[in-house]
Design a protein around this ligand. Structure first.
Ligand code: ATP
Ligand code: 5RP
Length: 668
């Protein structure tokens, strides 16, 4: 109702003197270059410094008004109303908020109402295209996203400042990097269709765009450095915000929208006297209020009140009233408004900076992705030979995606090739047979974000490969016989896992693997079991006491192991978790959703919980359970994660829920 009343009762000066006459003139001439025609007729250069999209969006309602002999200013305002509704719909879609809160924070926001309907600013139109681009980004429609970004720029050139943030998001999200080309294609397509024709066809339009006084305001707030040079604060704030975003090594959608919103907010508050630009900050202000506490409402409320006071003081009506007042009371000096305006502007900037600071603190720093970007997540996996370390490590890597994972394996740190005499003297289970210093050094380097040079032990030849580089990544998986052996190693890990497989099953699987895939004779493998027994007990098994999570895979029917593998091997999983893991939700979902049989036993002091799980979950069951237990983790996973079924799938699920918990704990 307020909107309708303002449309009917108020015709803003800018609409009356610039936009409506420009649209009127463009309808009369009906040429593809209404800007040059307008200038040719002696129109002001500041009347319509926008591209084709703004013109085309405003055209239909203007035509309708002309056909109905209604003033074009109504058509202009009604178009803004439509943009306003579309904006509300997009915000509702991508913020997925409760309607009542969205109505309060957006629809009733005095900033939108005052800037659009009372002052006539058309910033809602480019913002609708930008928010639509956001929505397409969320839905991974990247071609559309790129296209809509150029539509926003065509509507208002200033929207170009958003593009670098879209690029950082796509480049810094390893899962999405592969799809960057679609966004670029959308940009190229949009530029070809919407921007290039404007540049080629309309010299008048270009002139109006480049002489737009609004753009000059960006350089207005500056510190005089002497000698005629200035330090311009708006570009400075934008560059710093861009750098801060670039430094966040991994961005999720929430971080991306928060940092772009903050860049907009800073540009807006530091640009003097641009009430329309405040609409750019609306999506950020709305989402901040929806996610934060009551104080956010108070802060945005104060910000809005100061904004309204500033805009009011700048409105022609108030200026005219003061002039009349001055006519009767001559001692009311000009400086009264100027000083009041300065105080209000200062308050606005101060509140804006506090808002940006709080958004950074609450939205960015508390974000799991931000936590990950500061230090990689390091998963340590230890266990005896044939316990399934490589199999489990590969299954975890296939969830996060090769592009996001760096792996090191203990086998690659054996000290000798198979041909060397020392091979016969010591078993590999003895730490002395391995270069654990190099393993630790490489683990520390990768954890510290540095790349390493590694070699690979080839089980088919028994030789080490030439050195090759491994760069650090968001997730590091270090597996090996001694991966949890030393305190320094253990300090590197975000999560420590020990594989404590049933001894008969381990021997069964190891024989099968070594004979079938590594070309060893059965006698040699059996002899190695004997030779290694003492070292296993001495060096490998004690590492279980350092693990956060222990997986024991056991055969449901041990007799199957003796019949030469003729019957299918059915396994059950015993998962023991330490350090206060809450297994209730997991248990409920494993039983209720995956239909498994689960026994849960907890230590009286709550330090250890043990789950015995029997049944054959499918890969789809595991995927669904992960979505239910740790929904926020899905953003960390590969675009097409490879889910496993059975025991391996259960290990993926339980490990992911521990990763989730460990990420949450990081900055407590
Ligand atoms: N959960 C599982 N279910 C079925 N088979 C498994 C499972 N985990 C491992 N295996 C099998 O057991 C064998 C040994 O596994 P893997 O090679 O991963 O062990 P490892 O601990 O890396 O051994 P090593 O230290 O000797 O290199 C492989 O053939 C693998 O296919
Ligand atoms: O214990 C082992 C792996 O953990 C292996 O026995 C060790 O890597 C040597 O491998 P291979 O016998 O294939 O040369």
């Amino acid at each position: 109702m307020i909107r309708i009343a303002l449309i009917v009762r108020v015709i803003p000066t800018s609409t009356l003197t610039w936009y409506a006459p420009f649209l009127e003139s463009s309808l009369t001439g009906m040429s593809l270059d209404p800007w040059s025609d307008w200038l040719y007729q002696g129109g002001a250069a500041s009347a319509f410094p926008y591209g084709y999209v703004m013109w085309l969006v405003l055209l239909p309602a203007s035509m309708l008004c002309k056909a109905m002999s209604v003033p074009l200013s109504y058509g202009y305002s009604v178009t803004l109303l439509v943009a306003d509704v579309v904006m509300l719909v997009f915000l509702r879609k991508y913020l997925s908020s409760r309607d009542r809160l969205l109505l309060i924070t957006y629809w009733l926001s005095p900033i939108v109402i005052a800037a659009t309907y009372a002052l006539g600013f058309n910033d809602l139109i480019p913002m609708v295209f930008l928010v639509a681009a956001f929505y397409c980004l969320r839905k991974m429609r990247l071609l559309w996203c790129g296209f809509l970004c150029t539509a926003a720029i065509s509507a208002k050139l200033s929207m170009v400042i958003a593009i670098p943030f879209f690029l950082i998001y796509l480049l810094h999200n390893q899962n999405l990097k592969q799809f960057l080309q679609f966004y670029l294609k959308g940009l190229v397509l949009g530029s070809g269709l919407l921007l290039l024709p404007f540049v080629l066809v309309s010299s008048g339009g270009l002139y109006m765009l480049l002489n737009n006084p609004e753009i000059g305001k960006i350089y207005q707030l500056a510190l005089d450095l002497g000698g005629g040079s200035k330090l311009c604060l708006v570009p400075l704030a934008y560059c710093l915000m861009f750098y801060a975003t670039w430094r966040v090594k991994r961005l999720n959608f929430e971080l991306f929208s928060a940092t772009l919103g903050m860049a907009f907010l800073l540009v807006v508050i530091l640009t003097p006297v641009s009430p329309g630009w405040f609409i750019w900050a609306m999506p950020l202000l709305v989402s901040y209020q929806l996610q934060s506490d009551r104080f956010a409402f108070v802060l945005v409320g104060l910000f809005t009140m100061v904004y309204l006071s500033c805009s009011l003081l700048l409105s022609p009506q108030v200026i005219a009233t003061m002039d009349i007042l001055r006519h009767w009371i001559p001692f009311v000096p000009q400086s009264v408004e100027k000083n009041t305006l300065s105080i209000l502007q200062t308050m606005l900037v101060a509140l804006g900076i506090i808002l940006a600071f709080r958004v950074w603190r609450e939205t960015v720093i508390r974000n799991d992705f931000f936590r990950l970007s500061r230090r990689p997540f390091v998963l340590g996996i230890a266990g005896d030979s044939g316990a399934g370390k490589d199999t489990f490590s590969d299954a975890m890597r296939d969830l996060f995606g090769r592009h996001s994972v760096a792996t090191i394996s203990g086998d690659d740190y054996h000290l000798w090739d198979r041909q060397k005499p020392m091979w016969q003297v010591m078993t590999h289970l003895n730490p002395m047979a391995n270069d654990l210093d190099a393993f630790t050094h490489d683990l520390v380097s990768l954890t510290d974000g540095k790349g390493i040079q590694s070699r690979h032990y080839d089980h088919s030849t028994g030789k080490m490969s030439r050195p090759f580089g491994i760069r650090s990544n968001d997730f590091i998986i270090a597996s090996g016989l001694h991966a949890l052996y030393s305190p320094i190693m253990r300090q590197c890990y975000s999560l420590k896992v020990y594989l404590d497989i049933d001894e008969d099953l381990r021997r069964f699987l190891k024989i099968r693997r070594d004979v079938q895939h590594r070309g060893h004779s059965l006698e040699k493998v059996l002899a190695s079991f004997k030779r290694r027994e003492a070292d296993s007990a001495k060096f490998i098994w004690p590492q279980a006491s350092h693990a956060d999570l222990i997986f024991s895979v056991q055969p449901i029917h041990p007799s199957v192991l003796e019949d030469g593998g003729h019957h299918p091997l059915r396994l059950k999983l015993l998962a023991r978790s330490r350090h206060g893991y809450n297994a209730v939700l997991l248990t409920r979902i494993l039983i209720g959703v995956c239909g498994l049989h689960v026994d849960m036993a907890e230590e009286a002091d709550g330090t250890e919980v043990a789950l015995t799980i029997e049944g054959e979950p499918t890969a789809d069951d595991i995927q669904m359970a992960v979505k239910m237990i740790c929904p926020s983790l899905s953003e960390f996973l590969d675009f097409y994660p490879k889910w496993e079924g059975g025991v391996l799938g259960l290990m993926q699920l339980i490990t992911l829920s521990h990763v989730n918990q460990a990420l949450k704990k990081r900055f407590i």
